[in-house]
Design a protein around this ligand. Structure first.
Ligand code: SF4
Ligand code: SF4
Length: 379
């Protein structure tokens, strides 16, 4: 598809049909661009993208992949424009026509053929657990929905193991999905392949139903938000940080090991914070760890910086100097913390990559909350 050949009406109708009707309310005030975390580091302008979608002409391709769906602008738009819906709709026009950027093709292809974005073998999905952990069966308290990233990404496998060990000590009954589980599909929807998303969603909803899952526990805030906001099933969906906070409060998990004044700062993942409203549970968990001191960065909670991994960003190439995760690691270093904690597998991957490229490995470590809690357990 060439936007040069796409008449204004055709493009705006197509965007509206794809769910982006909201763009008609935009009056070009620019608040979104003013608050977008990409504005200081790239040429990306969400206001301009919206303008181009209203009056379709060349140049839209250069802007449409810039947004990481962090929701910062949506919360501030005075006209209530659902900017992320609009971005998804514009992308849908291109993804539907097979015009994905090269860097996104392999993850979408892997999702289509293997049901995960990591080109992982389907039958190896649960190999990280080495057969130690049960599969979900009807009547268990929780279906623990380990996201693809903790199953296949070698760094995040450590998060899968720490979280499973915590669950084993909690007294709860829980189990993993079988290898027929697929990605929640959030990234593929954010890059505009709505048909593939619907296929994945149908597969997973079928598994929830067939297994009789009443409560689903997610480690990824992306699975959490997708199940809650896009799937519409009957099961209750809970993020690991919420459950962990409850387990510590009720004494079912007792972190007793003294960490000797370990300074930890916490990065709010966009999909746990702005998209799901969970800000306190992660901080309460950190405050409950003996010998851990929580030191906050300047931008936290609703104002938190995006790591750059959402909206397909994890799979996009970014030039040096244009990585939000680099800025976030610098903010974390400025607190004097030696641990940058977070609660999202994408954030872990992005921030850890930046720690390496900034040569900061000897000054700060990136950890998931579950890893910190597991390290604080005795025995
Ligand atoms: S903040 Fe809202 S109204 Fe203003 S330019 Fe952005 S989308 Fe349009
Ligand atoms: S959702 Fe975030 S990244 Fe996307 S345009 Fe808005 S502020 Fe920028």
């Amino acid at each position: 598809m060439s936007t040069a050949l796409t008449p204004y009406l055709e493009m705006s109708q197509a965007i509206a049909e794809a769910g982006g009707e909201a763009f008609r309310k935009c009056y070009q005030c620019g608040t979104c661009t003013g608050t977008c975390p990409w504005s200081p580091v790239t040429e990306f302008s969400i206001r301009k993208l919206i303008r181009l979608s209203q009056f379709g002409y060349d140049g839209i391709e250069d802007l449409m992949w810039g947004c990481t769906t962090c929701k910062f602008c949506v919360d501030r738009c005075p006209r209530g424009v659902e900017i992320i819906d609009l971005v998804k709709s514009i992308r849908n026009m291109y993804a539907g026509g097979g015009l994905l950027p090269t860097s996104l093709r392999s993850f979408v292809g892997s999702l289509a053929s293997r049901g995960n974005p990591w080109s992982g073998d389907v039958e190896k999905r649960n190999d990280w657990g080495k057969g130690k952990y049960p599969l979900f069966a009807e009547g268990m308290d929780y279906l623990y929905w380990t996201c693809c990233t903790v199953c296949y990404d070698p760094r995040n496998v450590l998060v899968a193991k720490a979280s499973a060990e915590i669950l084993n000590r909690s007294g709860l009954s829980w189990g993993l999905p079988g290898t027929d589980a697929q990605c929640c599909g959030e990234s593929v929807k954010k890059v505009g392949d709505f048909d593939l998303f619907e296929r994945i969603k149908g597969n997973n909803l079928g598994l929830f139903k067939a297994g009789g899952a009443r409560k689903i526990l997610t480690i990824s805030p992306h699975c959490l938000a997708t199940f809650k906001q896009e799937y519409g099933g009957d099961a209750e969906v809970v993020h690991f940080s919420e459950l962990l906070d409850d387990l510590i409060r009720s004494g079912k998990i007792q972190p007793k090991k003294d960490r000797g004044g370990l300074k930890v700062t916490y990065h709010d993942p966009c999909y746990l914070g702005r998209h799901s409203g969970i800000y306190d549970a992660p901080r309460d968990i950190l405050k409950a760890l003996p010998g851990v001191e929580l030191v906050e960065m300047d931008r936290i909670r609703e104002q938190s910086m995006c790591c750059g991994g959402g909206g397909g960003g994890l799979w996009m190439e970014r030039a040096k100097g244009e990585r939000l995760s680099d800025l976030r690691v610098e903010e974390a270093l400025a607190t004097g913390a030696t641990v940058l904690a977070t609660s999202c597998p994408y954030c872990i991957a992005m921030l850890e990559d930046s720690v390496r490229t900034l040569n900061a490995d000897d000054r700060i470590q990136v950890k998931d909350l579950t890893e910190l809690v597991y390290e604080s357990l005795e025995g």
